[in-house]
Design a protein around this ligand. Sequence first.
Ligand SMILES: Nc1ccccc1C(=O)C[C@H](N)C(=O)O
Length: 291
Amino acid sequence: MGKWQKMTKEELETQYSPSRWSPRLDKDAVIQAHVQMLTGGTRDAQAATQTLLNVPYGMDEGEKLDVYLPTVHTETFPLVLYIHGGYWQFLSKDVSGFAALPLVSHGIALAAVGYNVAPKGRLEEMVRQVRHSIAFAVQQYTGISGIYLLGHSAGAHLAAMVLSTDWAKFGVVPNIKGAFLVSGIYDLEPLLHTPENDALHMSREVAEQNSPLRRVSKLEGRRACQILIGIAQYDSPEFRRQSQEYFEALRAAGWSASLLDIGDTDHFDIIEKLSQENYLLTQVILNMISI
Ligand SMILES: Nc1ccccc1C(=O)C[C@H](N)C(=O)O
C-alpha cells in the first residue's frame, strides 16, 4: 500500500489539485494563465499552419480531430495525436494545437483529439473515444509513417490507456512508435476519495479497470514503442510518485521507458512550453521522432 491511504481528506485533495503547487501563480491565476496560453498558442498555430479542423472520427458531436499538417508536403509523415488534459472535465481540442508549430516545421503532423469531457462524457467513454480516434486516423491517412501519442495530465492517462487497447475490436493495429506522457495520472483510485470524483462519478470498478498502472501486463506492442514519462519539478509529490511508479512498472515489464524530470516547470507550463522549439521537452520529442 502506498501512503496516500494514510492521508487526510484535505491532504489528498491538495495533492490531487495541481493548481495548488505552482510556484509562479496562485491556484486560480495559474489555471486562467494556462487557458490563455493554450488558446493563444493554438490561435498562432492555426494562423501559420495548413489545418483540417473538425474532422469527424465518429458519429458523436464531440468525436472530432483538428489536424495540423507538415509545412513541407511529403508522401509520408509521422503523426502525433495530442490528448488534452483538464482532469477529464475541462478544456477541449479547440485549444489543443499550441504544440503544432515546432512539429509541423519538422515534417510532423499533429492531430488534437476531441473527446466528451464530464459531465457529458464518462471515463470509459473517453477511453473508447480516444482509442477510436487513433484507429480512425490510421485508416483515414495512408501516409502516416508512425503514430506518436502525446498526452498531458488526464490526457496522459488516456494516452496510457490507449497502449493497452485490444485492437482486434477496432479492425486495425496502429503502428504506435512512441508515447509522451506528461504529468499524468496512472492510478485513479486515490481520486475516488477527492471532490474530483463528484463530476466523474467513477465507481471503484471503473477506476480499477481504467488505471494504466494496473494494466501494464495487458500492454501490447512493446517491441516497437518507446515511452517517455515527463514530470514537472513542481508537480505535487503524489503526481510525481504516480509517474515514478508507472515508469518502474513499465521497465519491470520489459518496456523501453524513460523518465524525464523537467526542472523549473509546474503542472501547467510543462506542457504550455511545447509551443517553443527550444524547450527541452520539444527537443526530446523531436529527437525521439527524428525524421
Ligand atoms: N489541469 C487543468 C486544466 C484546466 C483546468 C483545470 C485543470 C485542473 O487540473 C483543475 C484541478 N482541479 C486543479 O485544482 O488543479
